[in-house]
Design a protein around this ligand. Structure first.
Ligand SMILES: Cc1ncc(COP(=O)(O)O)c(C=O)c1O
Length: 440
């Protein structure tokens, strides 16, 4: 029988698929993985040698030795997540905030476990936003969340920040401006990475936390404006004391959504994250999640609970802090040595987190199409162009770079910084370095 070749009918990408293309994360990961000789100061991965083999093995062994517990862990779980883990998480969060469980505004039914905190951010966005809605974000901010918003057809607008995070005055001015344009009803949320943010490793100052929450409530006259607090890096603190979460300032309990994760402080491979949600957001988020996966991987949740039960998490975090402090210092020392001699190159020394944010003279374009990016790649070093970290609308600094000290060992960090400084010096010297307006 002869076979007739049938041409495939054309694939018609969904609107969402079209909106998803061109996001930077996959391209950067591809660059890093396809050229292993490159020193990637781009990836926000955690340090390989700190990944907790021993506490995880103990937890898994214990879990699987107990037949009933092992079977329960290997079965489907509930949509909201493993109750003992949710209880332990809430307890830990309240303790960090200095709140006693009796006086707490939140209870365990407001805690939802997700596959990483990215999923929580996504589900929260799905539950409150429609295409054309607006989220106000600190500028710069976590570029993957900006991608999530873009993917959903949501407008992200940048609010100016300084060394202590989002500026309340700038937020007020942005809200007033949107109100004047009749766009206040579209504003549904304010997104802030409250501890050691990505990309600047800046924490939102304690006194600004209640101010931003009050502002969200005051401007909620055309519908609720939530504050999304992304606390992914809360535990990665190398200096100073912890400060209370934004959630702890939400006296009415209706405004703040807190997202947390074990990815940075334990193991991203387990992908256990969570959200603490205002009461009326719990059901919509669970309904979204029910349709998506009806529960995050149950085994990972049981493992994480066993690690917490055995009291192994805090010891691990202490170890991590020591390791990252050393790597941060290696990057900062290399910056002093190689960047300091370059006029107009500045950086923020982080007290926690995984990143160093660098600003170059205003006429240097750090973007993926600029010559510095290819010079750096040719020299053997990869960075994240700062422009990715700015919301679609609002100010954008094209002369910025995000560097991570998370994944590379000290000697590669130093070498990467040296190579990058040479690329920057060459770029600064190049006769064709034009004013940035001419490049864009
Ligand atoms: C600010 C911020 N939030 C959330 C996440 C998501 O982490 P995960 O989904 O692994 O919990 C990251 C990861 O890099 C991050 O930098």
């Amino acid at each position: 029988m002869s076979q007739t070749r049938v041409d495939s009918a054309p694939y018609r990408p969904s609107r969402r698929a079209a909106l998803a293309s061109g996001q930077p994360i996959s391209e950067l990961m591809h660059q890093a993985l396809s050229r292993p000789e490159l020193i990637s100061l781009a990836a926000g991965f955690v340090e390989q040698t700190t990944l907790p083999l021993a506490p995880s093995k103990t937890a898994i062994d214990r879990l699987l030795t107990d037949v009933a517990a092992g079977r329960a862990a290997l079965q489907y779980g509930t949509t909201a997540g493993y109750l003992p883990l949710r209880e332990a998480l809430l307890d830990r969060w309240l303790k960090a905030d200095g709140v006693s469980p009796d006086s707490a505004q939140v209870s365990v039914d407001q805690v939802v476990i997700t596959a990483g905190s990215n999923q929580l951010l996504h589900l929260a966005a799905e539950s409150m936003l429609d295409p054309g809605d607006i989220v106000l974000c600190a500028a710069p901010t976590y570029f993957v969340f900006l991608g999530t918003l873009a993917n959903m057809g949501i407008r992200s607008i940048g609010v100016a920040s300084d060394g202590e995070g989002m500026l309340p005055d700038a937020l007020e001015a942005t809200l007033a401006e949107l109100d004047e344009k009749g766009e206040l009803p579209l504003v549904k949320a304010i997104y802030v990475t409250s501890y050691f943010d990505n990309p600047g490793s800046i924490s939102l100052a304690e006194e600004r936390r209640p101010q931003i929450i009050d502002m969200a409530r005051r401007w909620s006259r055309r519908g609720r404006i939530f504050v999304i607090e992304d606390a992914a890096y809360r535990e990665l603190r190398y200096e100073g004391e912890d400060i209370p979460s934004m959630l702890s300032f939400d006296e009415a309990g209706d405004t703040v959504i807190s997202a947390g994760t074990f990815s940075k402080c334990y193991a991203p491979g387990l992908r256990v994250g969570w959200g603490i949600l205002p009461r009326d957001l719990v059901k919509p988020v669970l309904e979204q999640k029910g349709n998506l996966d009806f529960g995050s991987p149950n085994f990972a949740q049981h493992v994480m609970h066993a690690v917490l039960e055995a009291g192994r998490l805090d010891a691990h975090i202490e170890r991590l802090r020591g390791a990252y402090r050393k790597k941060r210092d290696a990057m900062l020392e290399a910056a002093e040595q190689h960047f300091r001699p370059l006029a107009g190159v500045e950086w923020i020394a982080p007290r926690g987190g995984l990143y160093v944010w660098v600003s170059l003279p205003a006429n240097i374009d750090t973007g993926p199409k600029g010559t510095l990016f290819s010079r750096a790649m040719d020299a053997g070093v990869l960075y994240v162009p700062g422009q990715y970290c700015f919301p679609k609308e609002g100010p954008c600094q094209h002369n910025t770079i995000r560097l991570s000290f998370g994944v590379q060992p000290d000697d590669r960090i130093r070498e990467g910084m040296r190579l990058l400084s040479e690329a920057i010096a060459a770029e600064m010297d190049s006769s064709d370095a034009e004013p940035i307006e001419a490049i864009l």
